[in-house]
Design a protein around this ligand. Sequence first.
Ligand code: SAM
Length: 215
Amino acid sequence: MTHDHRLARERMVKNQLIPRGITDERVLKAMGKIQRHLFVDEALAGEAYNDHPLPIGHKQTISQPYIVALMTQALELTGEEKTLEIGTGSGYQTAILAELSKMVYTIERIRPLLIKAKELLERLNYKNIKFKAFDGTLGWKEHAPYDAIMVTAGAPRLPKPLLEQMADGGRMVIPIGNKYSQDLIKVTRIKDSYKQENLGGCRFVDLIGVHGWKD
Ligand code: SAM
C-alpha cells in the first residue's frame, strides 16, 4: 500500500519549522504540501521528513527541511518572481520555489542528478521550471535579471556573475565560508549597492565552478 506521508509532513512543519521561526505562511504551506519522500531513494523514504539532510547519490545531499524553509523564507517570495536556483540536486527545493515563484530557472552541474530531478518534476506536472546542466557560478545570463537567487552549495565568496544578475530590489541567499562550515548570507541589491545579512551557521557541500571551489 502506498501512502503520502501526510502526517509526517504535518509533524515536520509543526515540530521543526514553526518553533524555529519559520512564519511565512506560503513557505509553511508549500513544505506541508510537497511530497519530500519522492525526492529521495525509496529505501530512505521513511527518513525523508526527519530533521537532517539525506544522501541523494554522487556525494550530494538533499538539505535538512529547516534549512530549505529558512532559505526560502529569506527570499520573500510573493508568487511574481523570476527565481534562479543553483544546485538542483534532488529537485525538492526546486519544487518549493516553483510553488512560490512565477518562474524558476534551475542549474545543476551533475547531469544525471539534473535529469532525474527534471523527470520527477515533470511527472509532478510543474510547468514553470527550466533546467540546465551547467556551472551555476556563472549564472544564467539569458534570463537575467532575477528577483530571487538561491544557491544550495557552499561558496568561498560571493560569485560576481550572480551579483550582476540580481534585479534591483532582488534577494540572494548563499552559504559562504570554508569547506567545513559556512554562514548563510542574504544579499539584497538596491541599485548598485549590496546589503549583506548573516542568517547563521550552516554546512553545505561545495559549490564547484569558475567562481566557486576548484573540482
Ligand atoms: N537543493 C537540493 C535539493 O533540494 O535536493 C540540494 C542541493 S545539494 C546540497 C547541492 C547541489 O549543488 C549538488 O547537487 C551539487 O552537484 C550542486 N552544485 C555544486 N556546484 C555547482 C555549480 N557550480 N553549478 C550547479 N550546481 C552545483
